[in-house]
Write a protein that binds this ligand. Sequence first.
Ligand SMILES: [Zn+2]
Length: 409
Amino acid sequence: MKTLDRWHNEWFEVRYLNDNYVERYSYESIYNDMEDKERQLFFRQLSQENVSLSCKCKKNRSIDMLVVENAKSNRFHLRTSNGQKSVHYELCNFAGDQPSNYHKAWQEDEKGNVKIRLDDKSFLIADKTKRNTRSNKNIGINTFHRMSNYAFFVKWILDAWNIKVRSSYKKGIAPPTLKEVYNMLFNRSTKMTFHKNKTLDKVFYFSGDIVKKIKAVKYHEKMNTLVFMKIDRLEEIKKGIYKGLYKASLYNERDNKTVQILCEKVLLEQVVGSLRVKSSPYMVGGWVELNENGDPTFVNITLVPISSNGLFVESQNERELYNKLHKEKRYVVKLYKPYIQWKGMLPDGLLIDTKPQTILEVFGMSKGDEDYHIRKEQKINHFSSLQNYGFWKWDAYKGDSLPKIPNQN
Ligand SMILES: [Zn+2]
């Protein structure tokens, strides 16, 4: 299954051969954050240094990259070495013929309006006679500018969370509960267009009778309905017409009701198999239709692991940290892209109620993962050298218990 991790933005590696020093950058920090002049200077410097450049979008393989100068324009470009173009991970910026920018898949203007491009067209009601072709829809070069369902749900809930936490902190009110985050998901959906200028709230199931909502969307918008809710229970149906299917019981924070949605076993197994965080709570996101008996059924499904209050987590250790911070009414955000002074390194979390703000890192992977631990050292060195940020880390992989968290001030 295709998932887009937040780690995607640490893919470009510069190895300085003289002193064997390595720096990693996100393509986003190079192509979105740098001004053109700055980027040209950066490429020019790289072309003069004794460096080897690589793209690290594939887990077990380095892809050689080059900085080349255009003889006519004297402008510098980054490109893949000959013969390696097809090796890039399909969502890498350098997959395909030219550097594409899948960040175009989530474009936000100054007013907070967002344009989304999804690579899965499950929001459209399928022609039942052509059912089986659905899985072929993802093929095509356009997917490089689009985002997977997983990336979309993660981005949406992080976005809602961060906006809510920052505004609560500013107003001096308590950090958000899961219910408040859920309400914010809805507020944001009114500003998110995803298909032919339709906003997401038109298809988002938020409260009331799910069957009525699905029918309304189906007849008026000719689309499936979007569900994104905390999962309560997931169980296999043992008898009756739905034997062998799964029943997902979802808790609607909005009106404190549980809704039940059917799901095919194979869809669920794919998702569960690719989960990085193996324990609940999760939000479940997906497009839902009514089956021939009028029962809500997932067309596709994604699980997003969260903390007790609805913050996206990437490990059980991270969840432990955030749950503690929620209990102590602390204000923590989790960014989707690094600030420019972080040199493409994305911290796990950022505590915004300390002065200066505190970068949070949870190191949970076993020592066996060499790349991870090289990266870990770089992060520690860089983050602890920053004057305008505090730095807190937890070596959970050593079995250390949670260290003291800096006090709020
Ligand atoms: Zn790549």
